[in-house]
Design a binder for this molecule. Structure first.
Ligand SMILES: [Mg+2]
Length: 126
């Protein structure tokens, strides 16, 4: 299968970005953009339309929560699916993320199958 949706993976760890990108490419997504923090991601999003955002929580410059809130405030991206990748599995943190506009989350470390399941669900792929 190949999918034409544009995905952006936002993480300050280049290793984590590579893992996510490889997983997505194996699933058939060839349009995967990368950013090292929220500011870089917003810059990319002003140039290309993004269909789904996969973002880390802890990042320098602009963390995941601030990034999510900024994205949600933009008309163009108010409904774009956002998946947060986090080490914060505490209930309060998850609630905070969901209230800020995150649609779903993955707790590190995660398997390729988990990532696939969440991404497909958010994009409505059966
Ligand atoms: Mg990080």
């Amino acid at each position: 299968m190949s999918y034409d949706q544009v995905i952006i993976t936002v993480d300050d760890s280049s290793t984590m970005r590579r893992i996510i990108k490889n997983t997505l490419q194996k699933l058939g997504f060839s349009n995967v953009l990368e950013a090292g923090n929220g500011i870089e991601a917003l810059e990319q999003m002003s140039k290309s339309k993004i269909d789904i955002i996969i973002t880390d929580w802890n990042m320098p410059e602009m963390d995941g929560l601030t990034y999510v809130k900024t994205v949600r405030a933009k008309d163009q991206y108010k409904d774009t699916p956002i998946l947060m990748i986090t080490t914060e599995a505490a209930k309060d943190d998850i609630l905070t993320a969901l209230k800020s506009g995150v649609n779903n989350y993955v707790v590190k470390p995660f398997t390729p199958e988990t990532l696939q399941e969440k991404v497909f669900k958010l994009l409505g792929i059966e």
